[in-house]
Write a protein that binds this ligand. Structure first.
Ligand SMILES: C[S@@+](CC[C@H](N)C(=O)[O-])C[C@H]1O[C@@H](n2cnc3c(N)ncnc32)[C@H](O)[C@@H]1O
Length: 306
């Protein structure tokens, strides 16, 4: 496939003809024609970013003409978005569970459905989390573990991530969010970099869970712009999940919770893995689209007979 034709975006020499209102309408139509999701919202987010203002300000200044430099910056964002670069990478981050996480192409973009994983873990961590030790495997940007550390300031959160690039991004996010020594990231493979004797009240993970053969069919934004290591879950998508359940079941404190984000249709297989590892599964949690998205299971409570 050749390069797309140049965008017929407004010429800088005639900026007065391009008000915010007119530019938004043109760009939303352009994105819709290219089949992008949420074309109007995307146009607003990118224009607000190019102008360094809020989306509300766009509406308050609807008739303001854009200057040449502003048009140039916006034109570049529109071109890259139309080529498939995710909006969150263009604006440099995304809000997740009430906090801003900076992201770029080195790291998986936090998703709204992963907030359900955080919520499931929070419900197992009463109060300020005093005395609790929490583990976030496959940490990526750190969004899961950092959100838990910020919501439960007395808990101690360990995080593990295999990609050194993602680790660098997560450390920047942790510093920006002021997580301090409540959150500790180790770069490595699942349980390998963790102290051998440690156990956790909560083990959370949003692992790679896309079956290898499905990856070529993913949206271009994901397939071509997010790290393959964040997606590829092996032939059936469960290669990393299987290891987390097997290796993690014995690393839960008595009555501890394991909570995993999974792909569509994977819940029955993961429930079976939980049971085989001696954990008691709960009913899966559905995402807003109705898919079973989060699976949880508990280890036996202290003193109970398994
Ligand atoms: C789907 S992303 C999730 C990132 C983040 N937790 C989130 O929810 O946005 C999966 C992450 O797991 C990491 N990963 C893959 N295999 C791993 C392994 N064996 N050990 C640790 N991390 C791994 C990837 O690099 C990627 O950052």
């Amino acid at each position: 496939m050749g390069n797309p034709p140049p965008l017929p975006l407004p010429r800088p020499e005639a900026p007065a003809t391009w008000s915010i209102q007119r530019l938004l309408r043109w760009t939303a139509d352009h994105f819709a024609t290219r089949g992008l999701d949420s074309p109007r919202l995307t146009a607003e987010v990118l224009l607000a970013h190019a102008l360094g203002v809020t989306r509300l300000r766009l509406y308050l200044d609807f008739d303001r003409p854009l200057e040449a430099a502003e048009l140039g910056a916006f034109r570049d964002l529109v071109r890259r978005r139309a080529e498939g670069v995710p909006t969150q990478q263009l604006v440099g981050g995304r809000e997740f569970h009430g906090h801003w996480f900076a992201v770029d192409g080195r790291v998986f973009i936090p998703r709204p459905e992963t907030e359900l994983l955080v919520d499931a873990c929070l419900s197992a961590l009463p109060g300020d989390g005093a005395g609790a030790r929490v583990l976030d495997l496959c940490a990526g940007s750190g969004c899961v573990g950092l959100s838990l550390a910020l919501e439960r300031p007395a808990a101690r959160v360990d995080a593990v991530e295999l990609s050194p690039d993602a680790c660098a991004v997560a450390r920047q996010d942790a510093a920006a969010l002021g997580a301090g020594d409540r959150w500790t990231l180790r770069c490595g493979d699942l349980f390998a970099p963790l102290p051998a004797e440690a156990v956790w009240q909560v083990i959370a993970a949003n692992p790679p869970y896309v079956p290898t053969g499905t990856i070529p069919h993913l949206a271009v934004e994901v397939r071509d712009h997010e790290p393959r290591l964040a997606l590829d879950g092996g032939p059936d998508g469960l290669a990393v999940v299987r290891r987390i359940v097997r290796e993690g079941a014995g690393r839960l404190a008595p009555g501890g919770l394991m909570a995993l984000e999974i792909g569509e249709g994977q819940a029955p297989a993961v429930q079976t893995l939980f049971a085989a590892a001696g954990l008691s599964p709960a009913a899966p949690i559905r995402d807003p689209a109705g898919h079973e998205r989060i699976v949880t299971a508990r280890s036996a409570a202290a003193g109970s007979i398994s």
